[in-house]
Design a protein around this ligand. Sequence first.
Ligand code: F6R
Length: 268
Amino acid sequence: MQVLIFDDKKAVAENAATLLQKLILAKSNANIGLATGSTPIDLYKQLVSLYKNQQISFAQVNTFNLDEYYDIDENNSNSYRYFMNSQLFDHIDIDKNNTYLPTCNAKQDPRKQGEHFEQQIAALGGLDLQLLGIGGNGHIGFNEPSSSFASRTRIKSLTEQTVSDNSRMFSADEQQPKMAMTMGIATIMDAKYVLLIATGKNKAQAVNAMVNGPLSASCPASILQMHKNVIVMIDSDAASLLANKDYFTWVSQQNHTINEIYGQFPDL
Ligand code: F6R
């Protein structure tokens, strides 16, 4: 796990955008897993500006979102489809037919829909990179604490904490979904690269549990310790509980030199 600590959330967004730009330059038809939530918004703004400055093209890119609320209309402003369109897809040259979310409506069988999403990923050759945020409780996607490390795309009931964290997005008269479809932990672990971004003091505890273990289903993100290519980009607030900050800074300087010489994505 490479842990890169930046001064503020702006630097996290800029550096995460640069990494995705390098990925697309290395593989123009990359399959990229995307996340919603507050944390990636600045990153998506950076990607839009790289596109507008003709420094990146998404024309051949495929995207697979981590999750989507169960039985939500894509035109509902709280749906993750709506979020992705308005934050990113509407502003870049991506073909929306190449943007996938794990959807399921009330008439569909969630198990079949989960399998279908897994097949869509496999049919295009698997995920090259999965972008993740992290929940205050250590969740990744909607894989809440106690989720199986072997899980695949499926329907999940959200924890009270996640429902409450996300309630800020819903107005009082709106029915807030309590279930969602999510990529599984094993699906995420199959990605060749994982980029996790986290900012703010409210993520410090989860980040420390993820980085310094123990490996436990009570912190789903801790499984990332077992992944070969994980890059964690965090601001100093999210890093505030890490005991080994100086070590991570030292290592990242050395890795930077190696990556400059030998390339950032040897396993693509
Ligand atoms: C979003 C997702 C979630 C978020 C996490 C952090 O697609 O799967 O795991 O990444 O809840 O959310 P924010 O960034 O809003 O703090």
